[in-house]
Every structure is written in structure tokens, then in C-alpha cells.
Design a protein around this ligand. Structure first.
Ligand code: ADP
Ligand code: ZN
Length: 209
């Protein structure tokens, strides 16, 4: 977990590959639905493009369904979910039913100034969801993804006005999860300033990697 722009997606991609478990990003799942233009996608757009959270019941249903697929049976890395206390409680209940548990919660800690700077320059791959930055993390070929060649774009919800709303929602709804997981002894804090490689070098040892 961590505020928008903390680098969750970037870190999660490398970490899940290293752990050999799927990277389950609620944001990526939602963007996939929105790109295809399904009825569900249209419903999601209203919330996502306004910087609002998708309602808990809808979010939980979509993510839990994904966790039920075969590739998640040996574990998974969640990114962007849970984002509210209610989602966290639903996840706990679901996992308990399956005899599973959360091993670790990584909290990527960054300052608001750095967030604004990162989101303004953020570019995302349309195909695979990889993140780039126009100044700090340029792709090898301008406008194209290093991993898959997909087209890079600036997310609608990364506009400065919307970023402000997302940060407000984060402070109100998501930040309380820090205490929730800290109390359970699961929380590991990572200073998330610096390059992705630097953040990764701080993260892997926390997981014994
Ligand atoms: P970031 O991590 O940069 O904020 P995400 O890709 O994780 O972006 O999420 C993009 C948007 O998708 C969020 O602003 C929100 O509207 C919606 N969303 C993603 N995950 C959740 C969630 N767990 N609960 C509610 N809404 C969510
Ligand atoms: Zn790509």
C-alpha cells in the first residue's frame, strides 16, 4: 500500500516476478474493463476518472473473483487493494475461509511534493500497465513500452485536479489501513523516494529476498 504515485505498480511488477506469484492490481483490472468498454467498464469510469473510489462491494467482488483463479492458489501480490477498512475486513474474511492469511503489508512512504511531481510525468502502457516517467524513467523508445512495445499514455485520473481528489480520498479512506495492519504486526515501511531500483533494494531484504 501507499498513496497514489508511491510506486506501487512499478515495485509490484518486479516483486511478483521475483516471488513467482501473480500481481493482482485492482487499478489494472479496472482499466482493462474500461478499455474494453463493457457495461461494468462504463460504471467504473464514473468513479475512477473523478478520482473517487469504486464502491467497496463492487471492488471486493471483482478482486475476490480474480483471487479465485487457479494461478492464485499458491499466493499472490495485491496492489491497490484493499483501499478501505471495509475492503480489508472483507479480504480477511475471504482468506480465513480458504485457510490463508496475509504474510506482509508493504507500505511505500513518500512526501506529497514527490507525488505531484511523479504523477504529472507518469506515462502508462496501454497493453501491459507498466509505468514510465517523462523525466525520471524514460522508455528506450519515446512513446513505446520497453516490455511489450505497447503505446504509452497519460492517465485521465493523473491530471493535477484529479490527483488532489485522489490524495484527499487516500488520506481519509486508505491511510487508516496503516494502523490496522501495524496492529496485526504485518506492516513494513519502505522509504519510497529515489529510483525504482533504490526502492527495490530497500524492499527485497524486508521479505528475505
Ligand atoms: P494509484 O495507485 O496510482 O492510485 P490505481 O491504478 O491503483 O492508481 O487505481 C486507479 C483508480 O482505480 C483509483 O483512483 C480508484 O478510482 C480505482 N480503484 C483502484 N483500486 C481500488 C480499490 N481497492 N477500491 C476502490 N477503488 C479502487
Ligand atoms: Zn507494455
Amino acid at each position: 500500500m501507499g498513496p497514489p504515485g508511491a510506486g506501487k505498480g512499478t515495485q509490484a511488477k518486479d516483486l511478483s516476478a521475483r516471488l513467482g506469484v501473480p500481481h493482482i492490481s485492482s487499478g489494472d483490472i479496472f482499466r482493462g474493463e474500461m478499455a474494453v468498454g463493457t457495461e461494468l467498464g462504463e460504471q467504473l469510469k464514473k468513479f475512477v476518472n473523478a478520482g473517487q473510489l469504486v464502491p467497496d462491494d463492487l471492488t471486493t467482488r471483482i478482486v475476490v473473483k480474480r483471487l479465485g483463479q487457479a494461478d492464485c492458489s499458491k499466493g499472490f501480490l495485491l496492489d491497490g487493494f484493499p483501499r478501505t477498512l471495509e475492503q480489508a475486513r472483507s479480504l480477511d474474511a475471504e482468506m480465513l475461509q480458504d485457510g490463508g492469511k496475509i504474510d506482509t503489508v508493504l507500505y511505500l512512504d513518500v512526501t506529497p511534493d514527490l507525488i505531484a511531481q511523479r504523477m504529472a510525468g507518469r506515462r502508462m502502457c496501454k497493453k501491459c500497465g507498466a509505468s514510465y516517467h517523462t523525466v525520471t524513467l524514460k522508455p528506450k523508445t519515446e512513446g513505446a513500452c520497453d516490455r511489450c512495445g505497447g503505446e504509452l499514455y497519460h492517465r485521465d485520473d493523473d491530471r493535477p485536479e484529479t490527483v488532489k481528489d485522489r490524495l484527499r480520498v487516500y488520506a481519509e479512506k486508505t491511510a487508516p489501513l496503516i494502523g490496522y495492519y501495524d496492529q496485526q504486526g504485518l506492516l513494513r515501511r519502505v522509504a519510497a523516494d529515489g529510483t525504482p531500483a533504490e526502492v527495490q533494494a530497500r524492499t527485497f531484504p524486508l521479505l528475505g529476498l
